[in-house]
Design a protein around this ligand. Sequence first.
Ligand code: BES
Ligand code: ZN
Length: 590
Amino acid sequence: MADLHSAAKPDQIAVTHLSLNLGVDFEHSILAGTVTLQLKHNDPTADTLWLDTKALEIEAVEADGKPTKWSLLPDVPHHGQPMAIVVTGETDSVKITYRTTKGSEAVQWLTAEQTAGKTHPFLFTQGEAILTRSWIPCQDSPGVRISYDANIQTTPGYMALMSAHGNPTAVSADGHYQFRMPLAVAPYLIALSVGQLAFRPYDEVTGVYAEPNVLDKAFAEFGQMRKMVNAAEQLYGPYIWGRYDVLVLPASFPFGGMENPCLTFATPTILAGDQSLVSLVAHELAHSWSGNTVTNATWDDFWLNEGFTVYFERRIMEAIEGKDYADMLAVLGYQDLVETVQEIGPEHPNTCLHLDLKGVNPDDGMNDIAYEKGYFLLRHIEDQVGRKAWDAFLRAYFKRYALQSITTEDFLKALDEDLAKPQGTTLAALGVDAWIYKPGLPSTLTKPMAKRFDAVDAYIAKHTSATVAWDTTATTSWSTHEWLRFLRAQSDSLGVPAMTLLDQSFGFSSSTNAEIEAVWYRLAALNGYEPAKANMVNFLVHTGRRKFLTPTYKAIIKGPWGMAFAREIYGNARPNYHFVATNTLDAVVK
Ligand code: BES
Ligand code: ZN
């Protein structure tokens, strides 16, 4: 399957294994060393190995130990520079000596000041979607699968972690670490983090890494991890990756979580203190099946990764917290879906599940559609065939395509052969086509319900006076999700008096739950609500999670504080953000 976002030609020569040998230079913010690629010749006449690179400084290239000719082609927008290496039909391996540069977008180098501990610099990489090429020359396509090993040399006193086996449980004396990923994974799943880190295990399978002063809090937050792994295995089959650990990163991490194999990378904004945001861990864990075992072959098939994972995430949460809890997640997701379709436009091709990302940065074409429309499609199929048959299909699907990269059409083939036909139905009758290839909300989309939200809605309906304080006794048992339901129900043009009343009743301006903060600060910015301003600014400067930043900046720009104020905050905050966040925000705050 052709990948429009990669210059690699794996049908001619495929890389099957990669060995990294890198030194970490915190002083100059450089990773330098070698990568050795093992080759498989699919076309014996091919004499060029094509790789993806972006902003890398290449020093030397050897083919089977001897210098060989190579060249970097001109930069292609979003893609970087294709690299051509001269080989023969017999070349077994290619070794590249290189270093990263300031333009290596995957890597974020943090100063000590930008960490929680404030004493040591820190680094982490983010590969998805097409950023691995900016720190490793490779065939950076999710359709290519490689095993890898790595030697990382860092300064003594630092811990290095990777998406692989061999993660340390303590700091090494000499700063040297070794890793091994024996299963073939897509290159976007190679990840590295180095810093002052500590580890605490829950049991022989799960554990948590964090900066020492965050470890207690993180450990308390993720107490359900083993239960999640067990629930996931019960649902869709064995966990094949060995350990499952979570690494809590400094606040600059641009995503909620990233499913790096063996070691989920996570934002500290899920440390709410009450375990209320841990469905994110269920999500990243679920990717161990949907995404890491069965992988989207191209970014046009991104929904295969995320839609399946949201479905799986909610099934894990249902298993450990019950149906009423999972229902709340589904209803919030439905709201996101409807809003996203409205925003992008119901006729817009970007609201199809199957995308056409030709010529665009895949990161710009990815939105909630893959997640939520994908989720509701799988739920729609489940509703028609029944949970028993659907779960059996999913178990078979993860086995059938294990450690393969597949397209939407491969999924449809399996759906037809292993579910529709045995159930005496057809893909046409299941109506999947409209979901995948047509824009907007399909006519067969069923609106989900959540009992616990009915209570929230009734509570809101009862409060009819905009001047009478809210009755706070009814809300004492609410979880984050009920608060989100409550806040999302408030009008964008609430006005300062109503916001003041809300704040006096519930103290939203001093919330330390990032999900609640983000919704509240958006309202504050839209309404010019001064008492929330200082905390909002602090939040924007200290949080790098794009999902929270984008709506807040947009609200500031739209509201009375305006673009000038957004620009002022952004100027201070931008050095704390990762490339994927600044890449989005540079186009928002102008
Ligand atoms: N794989 C994604 C993150 C991602 C997507 C990185 C696209 C780069 C490009 C990850 O699994 C994810 O979906 N994270 C979400 C959280 C999840 C609970 C919806 C996030 O970061 O908010
Ligand atoms: Zn995901």
